[in-house]
Design a protein around this ligand. Structure first.
Ligand code: NAD
Length: 369
C-alpha cells in the first residue's frame, strides 16, 4: 500500500494549537516507528472564509475526498457569528461530512482512572469505563423531508421534522457497529423507540437482520432509547458498543461523554464506506469547539485531538498496537499528574501548557520503546 495520506485542517481558535501537538506526534511516528505519512494542510472554517470568502473551497473538498484520512481541529468563533448562514464556519464541517458521506460517527466514552474523580458520577461507576457510541450521522430527523415551519389555515404555525430511515441506511451503520464490536468486547446494544415509532420498528428489524445474517457471533441486545439514557448514568459499564440513530445518538453521546469529565479529553471519528484501497472515508476530530475564551494562551488541552489521531491509527490505518501505544502514553502522563488547566479540580494546582502536555506525551512515547 502507498504511504498513507493525511489532510490536516486545523481550523480556527485553539484548533491550530492542539493540532500543533498532533503534528509533533505524527513526526515522532515517522522518526521512531518508521511510519511515514504523506501530510498536507489546508484551511477550513473561519480561516478559509478569511482567505477565500468560503468556509471550504472546492479544491480543499476535492483533496479531502482523495486522502486516506482528514484530521480536523475546530471551527468557528465570535468573529464569524454574524456571517450569513451559508458561509458560517460550521458549514465547512457539514459539507465535509455530507460530501464524504460519513454516516457512522464514533464517540468513545473512556474514563482514564486518573480522572475518575472528574465525573459527576461516583468513581466506581466510571473508573475504567470504555464504551463506544455509534451514531448514524447523515440521515434521520436532522435531514428528513418534509421539514420546515408552515402557516396553518387557522392562523397557527406548525413546525415539522421527519424521522425517516431506509433499509440500507440502517444496515450500513449497523455493520459499522458490529465490526467495531468484534475488535472490542463483542457486544452491541441497539437503541431506538420501537414502542412508539415506526422508524424505530424498522431500525430494530434491520439491525436484527444484519446480526442474524452477517454477525451472529456478536452479542446483540435492543433497548428503548429513553431507558438507554437511564442505563448510561445508572451502570454505563454494562455497554460495549451502542448503535443508534442521528437524533438519539446526538443526545446519548453527549450524555456518555460527560461521564468522563472534560471536553478537552474527547475524540471522535466519522467514517464512510470503504474506498478502493479498502480504507474507509474518514475524518477525525476532537468533540470540542474552537474555545475562543482560551485561544492563544497556551491553555488548550491537546489530548482530545491527540486521541483522535489514535483513532485514525486504529480505524484508518488498522494499527491497533500503535493506537494502544499512544492511548497508553496519554494514560501514563495523566497518572503521573500532568494536568492542563481544564483538568484541575476545585482544589486547583499548577497547570501545564498545551506544549508541555505534548512534551510529556512524547516523552511517554519514547519511554514505551
Ligand atoms: P467549545 O467546545 O469551543 O468550548 C466550551 C468550553 O470548553 C470553553 O470554556 C472552552 O474553553 C473549553 N474547552 C473546549 N475545548 C477545550 C480544550 N481542548 N482544552 C481546554 N478547554 C477547552 O464550545 P463553545 O464555546 O460553545 O463554542 C465556541 C465556538 O466553537 C463556536 O463558534 C462554536 O460554533 C464552535 N464549535 C465548533 C465545533 C467543531 O469545530 N466541531 C464544535 C463545537 C463548537
Amino acid at each position: 500500500m502507498n504511504t498513507p495520506s493525511l489532510l490536516i485542517l486545523a481550523g480556527d481558535g485553539i484548533g491550530p494549537e492542539v493540532m500543533g501537538e498532533v503534528k509533533r506526534i505524527i513526526t515522532w511516528y515517522g522518526d521512531k516507528r518508521d511510519m511515514e505519512f504523506d501530510v498536507s494542510e489546508d484551511l477550513v472554517g473561519g480561516a478559509a472564509y478569511d482567505a477565500h470568502g468560503t468556509p471550504l473551497t472546492d479544491e480543499t473538498m476535492a483533496k479531502a475526498q482523495e486522502v486516506d484520512a482528514v484530521l480536523l481541529g475546530a471551527v468557528g468563533g465570535p468573529a464569524y457569528d454574524d456571517l450569513d448562514f451559508s458561509v458560517k464556519p460550521e458549514r465547512g464541517l457539514l459539507r465535509l461530512r455530507k460530501e464524504m458521506d460519513l454516516f457512522s460517527n464514533l464517540r468513545p466514552a473512556q474514563c482514564f482512572d486518573a480522572l475518575a474523580d472528574f465525573s459527576s458520577l461516583k468513581q466506581d461507576i466510571v473508573a475504567g469505563l470504555d464504551i463506544m457510541i455509534v451514531r448514524e450521522l447523515t440521515s434521520g430527523s436532522y435531514f428528513g423531508e418534509p421539514r420546515g415551519i408552515f402557516d396553518l389555515p387557522n392562523g397557527e404555525r406548525e413546525g415539522i421534522n421527519t424521522q425517516r430511515y431506509t433499509t440500507s441506511e440502517i444496515r450500513r451503520v449497523a455493520r459499522s457497529a458490529f465490526e467495531l464490536a468484534r475488535k472490542r468486547g463483542n457486544k452491541v446494544c441497539s437503541m431506538e423507540k420501537a414502542n412508539v415509532m415506526e422508524s424505530g420498528i424498522l431500525w430494530r428489524e434491520e439491525v436484527t437482520w444484519v446480526h442474524e445474517n452477517e454477525y451472529p457471533d456478536v452479542e446483540l441486545s435492543h433497548m428503548y432509547a429513553d431507558n438507554g439514557a437511564m442505563q448510561l448514568v445508572r451502570w454505563p459499564k454494562q455497554f460495549d458498543v451502542i448503535v443508534t440513530d442521528n437524533l438519539f445518538g446526538d443526545i446519548l453521546s453527549d450524555c456518555a461523554a460527560m461521564l468522563t469529565g472534560s471536553l478537552g479529553m474527547l475524540p471522535s471519528a466519522s467514517l464512510g464506506l470503504p474506498m478502493e484501497n479498502g480504507r474507509p472515508k474518514a475524518m477525525y476530530e476532537p468533540v470540542h469547539g474552537s474555545a475562543p475564551d482560551i485561544t492563544g494562551q497556551g491553555k488548550a488541552n491537546p489530548i482530545a485531538c491527540i486521541l483522535s489521531f489514535a483513532m485514525a491509527l486504529r480505524y484508518s490505518f488498522n494499527d491497533g498496537a500503535e493506537a494502544d501505544r499512544l492511548e497508553k502514553a496519554v494514560e501514563k502522563v495523566l497518572a503521573d499528574g500532568a494536568r492542563t488547566a481544564d483538568l484541575l479540580g476545585p482544589e486547583g494546582g499548577s497547570p501545564i501548557s498545551t506544549t508541555e502536555m505534548g512534551d510529556a506525551i512524547l516523552a511517554a512515547l519514547d519511554a514505551s520503546l
